[in-house]
Design a protein around this ligand. Structure first.
Ligand code: F6P
Length: 321
């Protein structure tokens, strides 16, 4: 392998820059040329590709976002569009592509490896949602989790002063990991996640019982995959007469300096992706399971739905009485 490319795709996540840096430096260490593709798959189609040097990734490990930019590119589902991307890679003699993103981005990479004559592709899990099979953690999850915890802690101060119930809507798309982990870590009274059906009437009863015991305020963390925070507030009002406020944390969860955990994870996964390309692997994603670096076929990743840790959910409920 003499030339590889790297791109970031889908929603950005803190630590993507650290992952790009690892790919670039590890490749150059092994005398492999590296090309950066700007704007994800869009840049691959539009030939927005530049050679990266050691210095291109200097002063980058601590920065949030992605300096290669990211984009959602629905047109990449079309075979003719992908043919253009393959042409742009082949004319430079690029034999390997590292795609940092979510499982939607992996699907594009899988198609490329099937349709190009000799292109090898490796996926690196980059999303705050932590919803990709084949890895215990995705790059950006820990940073987003800490951003949410920080916000919930602050909201709890004012919730307590005003004796209010706060509903905090967090991201995660169809996955409840961000809500579950942040709810447990911030001591939320109620956690709503898409993986577990919740009964709003029961939640209202729990709040009522808490108030009768002298509880002055309450925090509900609601995953966006269940409903919006506002909808949750409306639903609750059907069963209980309380003063509620809603906070939708929004894109603040996607930004910021990556935590140490995310920088280390990104560096390990980025470096490992290059190792796999050197070994001749393709159509696989790297991951970390029980602190061991792993590789999983894209096919296997797409086979099952992402699931949450049920034991952790049970525990969060037991601790929030
Ligand atoms: O996948 C990351 C994520 O932040 C999700 O949690 C959220 O649902 C989505 O992206 C938002 O996407 P956009 O930034 O395109 O609105």
């Amino acid at each position: 392998m003499k030339k590889i490319a790297v791109l970031t795709s889908g929603g950005d996540s803190p630590g993507m820059n650290a992952a790009i840096r690892a790919v670039v430096r590890k490749a150059i260490y092994h005398d492999i040329e590296v090309y950066g593709v700007y704007q994800g798959y869009l840049g691959l189609i539009n030939d927005n590709i530049e050679k990266l040097e050691l210095g291109s990734v200097g002063d980058m490990i601590q920065r949030g976002g992605t300096f290669l930019y990211s984009a959602r590119c629905p047109e990449f589902k079309e075979k003719e569009v992908r043919a253009k991307a393959i042409e742009n890679l082949e004319k430079r003699g690029i034999e390997g592509l590292v795609v940092i993103g979510g499982d939607g981005s992996y699907r594009g990479a899988q198609r490329l490896s099937e349709e190009a004559k000799s292109l090898k592709t490796i996926g690196v899990p980059g999303t705050i949602d932590n919803d990709i099979n084949g890895t215990d953690f995705t790059i950006g999850f820990d940073t987003a989790l800490n951003t949410i915890i920080d916000s919930v802690d602050k909201i709890r101060d004012t919730a307590s002063s005003h004796e209010r119930t706060f509903i905090i809507e967090v991201m995660g798309r169809d996955a409840g990991d961000l809500a579950l982990w942040s709810g447990l870590a911030a001591g939320a009274e109620t956690i709503l996640i898409p993986e577990v059906k919740s009964d709003i009437e029961e939640i209202a009863e729990k709040i009522q019982q808490g108030m009768e015991r002298g509880k002055k305020h309450s925090i509900i963390v609601c995953a966006e995959g269940v409903m919006t925070g506002n909808q949750c507030g409306e639903e609750l009002k059907k069963f209980i007469n309380i003063d509620t406020r809603v906070s939708c944390l929004g894109h603040i969860q996607r930004g910021g300096t990556p935590t140490g955990m995310d920088r280390v994870l990104a560096s390990r996964l980025g470096g490992y992706a290059v190792e796999l390309l050197i070994e001749g692997e393709s159509a696989k994603a790297v991951g970390i399971q029980k602190n061991i670096l792993t590789r999983t076929n894209f096919d296997e990743i797409f086979q099952s739905e992402h699931s949450i840790d049920n034991k952790m959910y049970e525990l969060a409920n037991q601790l929030s009485i």
